[in-house]
Design a protein around this ligand. Structure first.
Ligand code: SF4
Length: 143
């Protein structure tokens, strides 16, 4: 994004908290994005495929889900809905890259905490949060 184009390397953590995680169910971090196929792999090993892309509050968001949630033995740990849906922001790869950098320099987390909460609080307000059906992108402050 703009800061990378300007030669600045941002290091803010990806928000991990979601309504699901707060309820003791799998959080979005338990779903692995696979860029080569544009799919997510869930904790049960199922593939969540791209379903549609929409624009909400100016943010371009894609939604993914599996067709096998209804027969999944882990569903109670995942979602009370018909299927678990994961939302991906069009620029989420930038956030993931920042998280990878932070994973390699854990001390940076403490330094960045206050800045991070402000940044994602702003984005959250901009987007307007998520519904329980569309869990996955920031519904509350980072852990
Ligand atoms: S409910 Fe769906 S998304 Fe969740 S673990 Fe099972 S198959 Fe995967």
């Amino acid at each position: 994004m703009a800061c990378e184009a300007a030669g600045v390397t941002p290091i803010v953590p990806k928000p991990l908290t979601s309504g699901a995680k707060a309820d003791g169910r799998f959080g979005k971090q338990d779903f692995i994005y696979q860029s080569e196929t544009d799919t997510y792999r869930c904790p049960a090993g199922e593939q969540l495929i791209w379903r549609y892309t929409t624009v909400e509050k100016g943010l371009t968001l894609s939604r993914y889900w599996s067709s096998n949630c209804g027969v999944c033995a882990m569903k109670a740990m995942c979602t009370p809905s018909k299927q678990r849906r994961i939302t991906r922001w069009e620029h989420e790869a930038v956030i993931e890259a920042m998280q990878w950098r932070l994973d390699e320099m854990p001390n940076a987390m403490r330094v960045q905490r206050s800045i991070v909460e402000h940044v994602f609080g702003t984005i959250k307000d901009w987007w307007g949060g998520t519904t329980s059906e569309h869990e996955g992108w920031p519904t509350s402050r980072p852990r």
